[in-house]
Design a protein around this ligand. Sequence first.
Ligand code: 3HC
Length: 678
Amino acid sequence: MTSHSIEPSPPVRTERHGAVLVIVTDSPPVNALSAAVRDGLEAAIKEGAVDESIAAMVLRCDGRTFFAGADISEFGKPLRGIPLPTLVDAIEASPKPVVAAIHGTALGGGCEVALGCHYRVAVPSAKLGMPEVKLGLLPGAGGTQRLPRVVGVAKALEMIVLGNPVSARAAADAGLVDRLVGEDTLEADAIAFARDVAGTRPIPRVRDRAIAPDPTAPEAFRKTHGRKLRGFDAPEACIACVVAAGEKPFEDGLAFEREQFTALMNGAQSAAQRHIFFAERQAAKIDGIDPATPLRAIRSVGVIGAGTMGGGIAMNFLSAGIPVTIVEMQQDALDRGIGVVRRNYEASAAKGRIAADAPDKAMALLTPSLSLDALGDCDLIIEAVYEDMAIKKELFGKLDAVARPGAILASNTSYLNIDEIAAVTQRPGDVLGMHFFSPANVMKLLEVVRGARTAPDVLATVMALAKKIRKVAVVAGVCDGFIGNRMLMPRQVEANKLLLEGATPEQIDRVHVAFGMPMGPFQMADLAGVDIGWHRDPGRIENIRDALAAEGRWGQKKGAGFYDYDDKRNPAPSPRVAEIIDAFRAKAGTTPRVIDDEEIVARTLYTMVNEGALILEEGMAQRASDIDVVWIYGYGWPVYRGGPMFWAKTEGVEKVVAGLERYGFPVAKSLRNGEAVK
Ligand code: 3HC
């Protein structure tokens, strides 16, 4: 027998339509500009240039999208094939006009290729953008120099530094798209357009355009957006490049862009952000379940509890066009919950974040009810009631009787045992956890808790559904606090101990904010409520938190917690809290000592990494990168540090282990041997 190796078909082909050469790229899934694609495009452009029967070219892609950018998986590896900037220059230098025919998403390098073309046509549903900044980079194939020449400095700053794509229509308004064409007739319309412009001379090249000076734009931009860019390196580099576009000759601007791009590419931040790009997509994959597992249809959802959490959960589905029945016990609580949902939608519409008719559309899908019986037809029922095992068990018993066979029953618990809840039903295979993060309509993270008996298709269905409602979902096992809240515990314990030993809430919070967290542990306690989880017995004071709660220092909502707040909720260190802490120190016989920042990092952040390693050893998370995703999307861990496990690798395993040992923590085996962070 002879074995044949099947040659993969080349990703770029050419087709002749009279005098127009159509260059087609077919490189699933997203036509990333890999070495093979770049080389194919270069050859095709040359073919069109030398062929005398060709007067113009069209560049288009098969599949779901125009080029979605450079091939990120090639980053950090030795360069193969023609470099992307050289390819873009070669397209622009073509002696015959090249028309980009855009559908799907022309992103990053894809948008830069389009800017190298002499004309751009797009279907109305297309999107164009430069999201490199989200990977800790900047557009490195001439995008920072060409885009401002087309859309102006202010618009280019917005697109490049924030990285959000714009619709084809908005791109047409900004001059980035020359013509919007038929949704289903892209190729034919692009060919017709190419015929029209075939004879135009000189061929319009973006590099030759003048750039309108706009000296105040960068400062205005920083003023508006500076806060959310805190800690990131790439945005300032993006701004510098756009500024250079206005000040330097084109070629010098390109050289400056290259220099800045290379520096970012070799830096730790981009490595972290690229890690998260792939980690987020990896998280959707479930170990031990065939990706082809047939999914259950989720046509309608039931939510129990119309409080902040239940209402927020419901909004996710309503926004995705999935009808929701929401159940409360009392009419006034139900009315209040529905009112909050409506007001949230209306506020978003008023800010222009959603269409003006979106609130009505969403509310039309929402059915309020006072009876669990209303959930009989739902395909998925999520309970978002009080965190109490007895209450949850009773509820699941009732749901088991009401829900139709095959319906999935989910608990939004943030730490309770899903197996215990599932055991009260006759269908433990249909039960799992769906742990949303507050506010549930905003936060991207969803921990999907896989019970011991959760059926594979139930887990797969919920993971796929998560993507539909635009959540980033991570599979967690059954353990106290699952992945995220479990790792919060050692941090909290150590933060409290540090207070007793001599640190202040301000110092600990400052270290966390300087690290890049949106807030520190005590600021978080004040925001969430110091009274959360409190036993409510003012006479029983076992720790500092009890003492604060007993005095009514419940946090921001009371104007006092670990900090004192003014009317505008600005925090100030609290003398009263200092007294309370002193009293606890005296009682424990502790003499306060000076605690340095490094100790705070080791005891509150390395301990989280250590807990993460234990979570992996116990199989409660599928992979280290899932833990990173949880902390980025659920707790605001700075994405430029790549999540706790990735960060530990950047810090150096030896340093982390040594830090833990210095303060007497038992080090997890998988951390010590590096397995947990490899
Ligand atoms: N390079 C390599 N792989 C990519 C990729 C890219 N640019 N974009 C997507 N992929 C892969 C994903 O990893 C995923 O792989 P998997 O199936 O093995 O997990 C697969 O393509 C499908 O991606 P999604 O699951 O994200 O598919 P969606 O349909 O949800 O989204 C998308 C499609 C909007 C194109 C989204 O993938 C995306 O935003 N991609 C990244 C776009 C981007 O950042 N481009 C800029 C790249 S950097 C650059 O161009 C530098 C240049 O300036 C020099």
